[in-house]
Design a protein around this ligand. Structure first.
Ligand code: MN
Length: 285
């Protein structure tokens, strides 16, 4: 199933060119805020799914082309991110890389992006007015946690996944020697974490390590890879993050970018497509 957030705080299921509005299935109170509503739905997905399935035929629906899609996750407790997770990306940044000596998440662990940096198709990306700085796209598969937990073993990790989405890890690059700000800040400007166009539930993505991952700038293909080339796979990322901190329903894991990262400027259009997940287009403002 493809779960989305649309218009003002509505929760929907994308089905056959329409968005079925399932907000009425969310308890009163939680339904007043899209972040609360989606977190409730993810937390209660097993018990809610039958009503959602039935509702596809009975609840109001709107053409997909007529809605404003927003990030399908709006208020995760955490947004974790994997550094240097594709071999060919390691080295391409030269002196502008934070990760030295080919150290991956396995050696250096994860970093954090501020959940407040999340944006969606409707809002787009707004670059800060910082002349002379370079802002890069990073095309990433996002994992959305369903069942939380601490110390989740790798063999059980994928059963903790609610679903998958496309994520662009927007990044202000360091300028070696004089501007080496903290990574979490350079990746946490408002709108620097676009997610969408929806979450595809995990039952429709039985193997997250066989998906093509592509990104275009102004229609030109810039990044093209496959999640099979991830160094630390989704199950190991869940194991290593949950060894540090308890994962919560709705948490997001950005799984790292392949080679081909490059700058974007105001007026560019960005499109990201993950196989079996979806395609999301964003305007850079
Ligand atoms: Mn990244």
């Amino acid at each position: 199933m493809k779960i989305c957030v649309f218009d003002t705080r509505r929760i929907g299921v994308v089905n056959d060119g329409f968005v079925v509005d399932i907000t009425s299935l969310i308890p009163v109170g939680c339904d007043q805020d899209a972040g609360l509503a989606m977190n409730w739905l993810i937390r209660n997905w097993v018990s809610s799914r039958p009503a959602v399935s039935t509702g596809l035929a009975t609840l109001p629906k709107i053409p997909l082309s007529a809605v404003k899609l927003r990030s399908p996750v709006q208020a995760p407790k955490h947004v974790f991110a994997a550094p240097a997770n594709y071999q060919k990306h390691i080295g391409e940044l030269g002196a502008q890389a934070v990760t030295k000596g080919s150290r991956t998440a396995r050696e250096q662990g994860f970093f954090l992006k501020a959940p407040g940096s999340i944006t969606g198709i409707a809002e787009g990306i707004v670059l800060p007015a910082l002349p002379g700085r370079r802002f890069d796209h990073e095309s990433e598969l996002a994992v959305i946690i369903g069942t939380g937990g601490k110390n989740i073993p790798r063999a059980e990790a994928l059963s903790h996944v609610f679903g998958y989405s496309c994520l662009v890890d927007l990044t202000m690059r360091i300028e070696p020697g004089h501007r080496e700000e903290e990574r979490s800040m350079r990746k946490s400007f408002s709108t620097f974490t676009p997610i969408g166009p929806w979450i595809v539930t995990a039952d429709e993505v039985p193997n997250p390590q066989v998906l093509s991952n592509k990104l275009w700038v102004n229609g030109n293909l810039k990044q093209q890879a496959n999640t099979k080339d991830m160094i630390v796979a989704v199950d190991e990322l869940i194991e290593l993050i949950s060894a540090v901190i308890e994962l919560s329903p709705g948490d997001v894991i950005a799984t790292g970018t392949p080679e081909g990262v490059g700058p974007v400027i105001q007026g560019d259009t960005l499109e990201i497509e993950i196989e079996n997940v979806g395609r999301m287009g964003l305007l850079i403002q």
